[in-house]
Design a protein around this ligand. Structure first.
Ligand code: APR
Ligand code: PHB
Length: 392
């Protein structure tokens, strides 16, 4: 079988790309190694920037999202025992939108399939080749049999552990990496949110906690833990007790608790691989970069990468121009490094670094007070948190 674009991976990146190409008359196939039920229930972050929301809307994938999302004008912070609010709407007339990544993925799959875009689940790409010829191929396995897809271009949207990035030869690839000495224990609980808005909490003695949500009845909370922590060490009581201690006592805030329905530990890492193009292969999203979840940029970056890629492919198929292909890496990296900086900054401001001495701790609290206590500081935070432009 031959299509114009072969897409590896049915995460938010691959699925948004499929939709954008289909709407512009470009044929594609999506190959996904996992089952549909698996990708639709995989619990991840859940914060959409305005640019991502706009693209979901333009591509007609926003109907359920608009009914179910929670729209936030501001975000709460607790640092040095004091409470702050960053009012994004007041500062920069922007908002953020809470809607789980797996819900985004469900909506994207439903709309793509309804439009007739082929998504092959349990189809694992094993090899990509002939990238410097007119007819690259993707060899994949489905139902125990091998098959080959040929295409004009390959889009590697197969996440951090996929095969696409490794198809770019070591000799031309440069990886930038930082591994953090902590992880996040994330939980879902049948408990209304503690406050209507997210609370980012830096506790000088105990470390970071985040209180977020999925609906008016479901809380999502995170705790900084050692990177190799086993979630089995965390009973429900221990989790609620630790969340309560890190939150501290503040007028008008009462920790909301309930039955914990899911818990898992995620390691934290910053990673960028350059270039994002090799011959007729383009990589996008987690295949090319990872951010620590503190700024909630992962899904939004995958969406902005494929937006840039879709424009390049549309330009090529309409006008025969390859100029945008040549600029793909550079265009994406500008935004990616902006988001990398922000995610690292948020992470370093909010977490207790093992090995920090008392000076480091005091300096960290002073930094948070400087940023959160000034309108200029809050504006900088709000601009980055609510999302940089889709294309920079
Ligand atoms: N063949 C086919 N599919 C593959 C292969 C392969 N060899 N390897 C990986 N995949 C699939 C994975 O199963 C996954 O569904 O590629 C998909 C990649 O999706 P994501 O990991 O969601 O990556 P992306 O679309 O870039 O979205 C980034 O996801 O990991 C989160 O926090 C991250 O929010 C960010 C977002
Ligand atoms: C989430 O809702 O899961 C979430 C929100 C904000 C973050 C990280 C995760 O910074």
């Amino acid at each position: 079988m031959h299509v114009q674009v072969g897409i590896i991976g049915a995460g938010p990146g691959g699925l948004m790309l499929a939709r954008l190409l289909h709407l512009n008359g470009i044929s594609c196939v999506v190959l996904e190694s996992r089952a549909r039920a698996y990708v639709e229930t995989r619990v991840r972050a859940g914060l959409l920037e305005q640019g991502s929301v706009d693209l979901m809307t333009e591509t007609g994938m926003d109907e359920r999202m608009r009914r179910e999302w929670m729209v936030h004008d501001g975000t709460e912070y607790i640092a040095g025992g004091e409470r702050y609010r960053v009012d994004m709407w007041d500062l920069i007339k922007r908002r953020i939108y809470i809607y789980g990544q797996q819900e985004v993925v469900k909506d994207m799959i439903a709309v793509n399939l309804a439009a007739g875009v082929p998504i092959h689940f349990e189809a694992e790409a094993r090899e990509i080749g002939c990238l410097d010829t007119q007819k690259p191929f993707i060899r994949y396995e489905k139902d125990g049999a091998e098959a080959t897809l040929t295409c004009d271009y390959v889009a590697g949207c197969d996440g951090f552990h996929g095969i696409s990035r490794r198809a770019i030869p070591d000799a031309i690839r440069k990886d930038y990496d930082r591994v953090y000495p902590f992880g996040w224990l994330g939980i879902l609980a049948d408990a209304p949110p503690t406050l209507p808005e997210l609370i980012y909490c830096q506790n000088e003695e105990r470390g970071f906690a985040l209180f977020t949500m999925r609906s008016t009845k479901v809380s999502r909370c995170y705790l900084q833990v050692p990177p190799d922590e086993d979630e089995a060490n965390w009973s429900d009581d221990r989790i609620w007790n630790e969340l309560s201690l890190r939150l501290g006592k503040h007028e008008g805030i009462a920790l909301s608790t309930g039955k914990i329905t899911q818990k898992s530990v995620t390691a934290m890492r910053s990673f960028v691989s350059e270039p994002m193009r090799h011959g007729r292969l383009f990589i996008a999203g987690d295949a090319a970069h990872i951010v620590p979840p503190t700024g909630a940029k992962g899904m939004n970056l995958a969406i902005s990468d494929v937006y840039v890629l879709s424009k390049a492919l549309i330009d090529f198929y309409r006008n025969g121009s390859t100029a945008c292909f040549d600029r793909y890496t550079e265009t994406c990296l500008r935004r990616i490094w902006g988001a990398q900086h922000f995610s690292w900054w948020m992470t370093s401001m909010m977490h207790n670094m093992p090995g920090d001495n008392p000076f480091d701790r005091k300096r960290q609290i002073a930094e948070l007070r400087t940023v959160l206590g000034s309108r200029a500081g809050r504006t900088l935070l709000a601009e980055n948190y609510s999302g940089l432009p889709l294309e920079m």
